[in-house]
Design a binder for this molecule. Structure first.
Ligand code: AQP
Length: 334
């Protein structure tokens, strides 16, 4: 059986973008693959986080994983910082990655530009090696992510090739080469306020995203105020009409309609009706998830699942880490 790893940062409440680009895929994948779904809290601290909020967001994200339908009997669900192999592997990976490779990452460029070089942590630069560690520790063959993570996955594949070439014995590769798995639709959900920019959970403008825990009236308001254009024609043209095209993608991803179905269905109707229906479709999707989330958040069940998940994850991750250390020659004994 092939193996999947994917993670989300508890850097805020996941958005409908995280759901469509990543989480939604997880639900079906757990039936056909050995899955590891992680709350990557060590990634979240690459930018400043308030300690109490970080802890609350970590638990909240784990509860959301379960609330959307991830099943701990099928998938291993755990918190990254509870498996120390991640940080150890990241160090080894950093020592086998060049600064040039890391400085080329667009996510680093974007985030560091916002804060200026002196205001940026070294961890923001070395975020990709930590992500490489997440993936290789579980021998993942497939990594389901949104489009924004493609470049990090390319770096992961380059790293695996280089590491295996340098340190593996013939026919005994230390690390598994992963493939990226991008959602067919909605792999890049855009901001509701600036539809040429990716929707992000840490966007300071809360109107730019729908959080998975937003209440129905907030969802309706945010969709109503989503930026479109003045033509009033519902058509899919991301280049010239990024706002309405983004809303069409979201609508299609949260329902069974294709974009073509929707264009036909709303032909001749204004943006108002379309937006109102889209808001209801999102509310219908999120309400049952929110109900289950509220039951789980403060339950003992959540703690037990996360304890067990960390235990399983540690066993697998430590084995790979040991293989990496042996390959390199770290420590006294293989
Ligand atoms: N807008 C998006 N559309 C589709 N997929 C998305 N993902 C993120 N944003 C979108 C996918 O969600 C997964 C988890 O992402 P992450 O939390 O690890 O990091 P991120 O990509 O940096 O997500 P955010 O929401 O933009 O977080 P912040 O604001 O903290 O930086 C990934 O698979 C990602 O591709």
């Amino acid at each position: 059986m092939e193996t999947i790893f994917s993670g989300i940062q508890p850097s805020g409440t996941p958005t409908i973008g995280n759901y469509i680009g990543a989480i939604k895929q997880f639900i079906n994948l757990q039936n056909d693959y050995k899955c590891y779904f992680c709350v990557v809290d060590e990634h979240a601290i690459t930018v400043p986080q308030a300690p109490l909020e970080l802890r609350q967001q970590t638990l909240s994200l784990a509860a959301l994983y379960l609330a959307v339908g991830l099943n701990p009997k099928k998938a291993t669900i755990f918190i990254q910082s509870e498996v120390s192999a991640h940080a150890e592997a990241a160090w080894i990976i950093q020592c086998n990655t060049t600064i040039g490779e890391l400085e080329r990452m667009t996510q680093f460029k974007d985030k560091s530009q916002k804060n200026g070089r002196t205001g940026v942590s070294a961890g923001l630069l070395t975020y990709p090696p930590l992500m490489v560690g997440d993936i290789v520790l579980y021998n993942a063959n497939l990594v389901p992510v949104g489009d924004d993570q493609k470049q990090h996955l390319e770096l992961t594949r380059d790293f695996v090739e280089r590491f295996n070439k340098r340190y593996s014995q013939p026919n005994q590769e230390i690390l598994t080469m992963p493939e990226v798995k991008i959602a067919e639709h909605g792999s890049r959900v855009m901001s509701l306020q600036e539809p040429t920019k990716k929707m992000s959970k840490s966007d300071p403008n809360k109107k730019a995203f729908i959080s998975m825990l937003d209440e129905p009236d907030i969802i309706r308001k945010k969709i109503k105020s989503a930026v479109t254009d003045s033509t009033g024609i519902i058509e899919y043209d991301p280049e010239n009409k990024p706002g309405i095209s983004n809303l069409l993608s979201i609508f299609s991803a949260v329902t069974d309609f294709t974009i073509d179905d929707l264009v036909l269905k709303y032909n001749g109707q204004g943006y108002g009706v379309f937006k109102a229906d889209l808001a209801e479709a999102i509310v219908d999707l999120l309400l049952p998830i929110q109900t289950r989330y509220n039951e789980l958040l403060h339950s003992d069940e959540l703690d037990v699942i996360l304890d067990e998940g960390a235990q399983v994850a540690r066993l697998v991750a430590n084995k790979t880490l040991q293989r990496m250390k042996n390959g390199i020659g770290l420590g006294r004994k293989p």
